[in-house]
Design a protein around this ligand. Structure first.
Ligand code: BV8
Length: 232
């Protein structure tokens, strides 16, 4: 049975209107990553960090999935095999687009986490520093986001999927952030065919066997149609 593992990054949500990280007008252009996406930044200025994620949560609530998200959901629904989406993104556009097996390795804007007892609950649209945890009541609520220096989620399960992949596709990632950027090497080692979808080659582009250059809303639906036709 065919198993396709797909890693997505900010580039798949760009055409839905969400800023990427490294575009010149991207998120990091307006903020220093050390200030808004590290535990140290959160400890130093929790309001700056919580407001950064409040703004992104509000922005994410305004946008819709694009044809690339919908194509991946079609692939999962129609392929005689298994499709796993591993996303670096913290928006829920894959779920809105219809994908069911989605792994948020860097957390999710819709999640809140208690820094004191590890309890998780659906985040309110607007979080404030010192919000109480509904389980232990400590004033220790934080966005359920994996910051730089923190361990990404579900790493063991992710690697189990990678080593079983027949095809590994990366869509809209710059290949700058590890361990996600290292997944292509793992998949290749396990014998997967590797494809990169991007506007240009990523920092790990030379590790992919195949490249589909262009906007994901065009290249991904084309690829999905080919994959499904080939297996009919
Ligand atoms: C960890 C949540 C330690 C926050 C994020 C090894 C070598 C070097 C450094 C490290 C290393 N190992 C660890 C590190 C440190 C660090 C790291 O990699 N630093 C980099 C900057 C050098 N990594 C970590 O800290 C990670 N933690 O490794 O734990 C550890 C290890 C073992 C045991 C214990 C602890 C945690 C990293 C997670 C940080 N959190 N996100 C938030 O969202 O606010 S990272 C964030 O940036 C994203 O989640 C994503 O992962 C990352 C990069 O963003 P991309 O998605 O790639 O987006 P970007 O804008 O960069 O690129 C967009 C791409 O799309 C471009 O290529 C563009 O061309 C393309 N595109 C644009 N439009 C389109 C398109 N493509 C197609 N169609 C379009 N229309």
């Amino acid at each position: 049975m065919t198993k396709i593992v797909i890693l997505t990054g900010a580039g798949i949500s760009a055409e839905s209107g969400l800023e990427t990280f490294r575009a010149s007008d991207g998120l990091w252009a307006q903020h220093r990553v050390e200030d808004v996406a590290t535990p140290e930044g959160f400890a130093r200025n929790p309001k700056l960090v919580v407001d950064f994620y409040n703004a992104r949560r509000a922005q994410a609530a305004e946008v819709s999935p694009n044809a690339a998200h919908r194509a991946l959901a079609r692939l999962e629904a129609e392929l005689d095999g298994e499709v796993v989406v591993i996303t670096q993104n913290v928006d829920d556009l894959h779920e809105q687009g219809g994908s069911r097996q989605v792994m948020h390795m860097h957390g999710a804007l819709k999640g809140a986490l208690c820094a004191a007892c590890d309890h998780r609950w659906p985040a309110p649209m607007v979080m404030a520093p010192g919000d109480a945890c509904p389980a232990c009541n400590a004033p220790a609520a934080r966005p359920d986001i994996v910051w730089f220096g923190e361990m990404p989620y579900q790493m063991d399960a992710l690697f189990d999927h990678l080593v079983e992949a027949d095809v590994f596709a990366a869509i809209g990632i710059s290949g700058n952030v590890y361990p996600a950027a290292g997944f292509v090497a793992e998949a290749r080692r396990a014998g997967a065919h590797t494809i990169e979808f991007n506007l240009e080659r990523s920092a790990v582009g030379n590790q992919f066997a195949e490249h589909r250059i262009g906007p994901a809303s065009q290249t991904v639906p084309e690829w999905v149609a080919e994959v499904l036709a080939a297996r009919r």
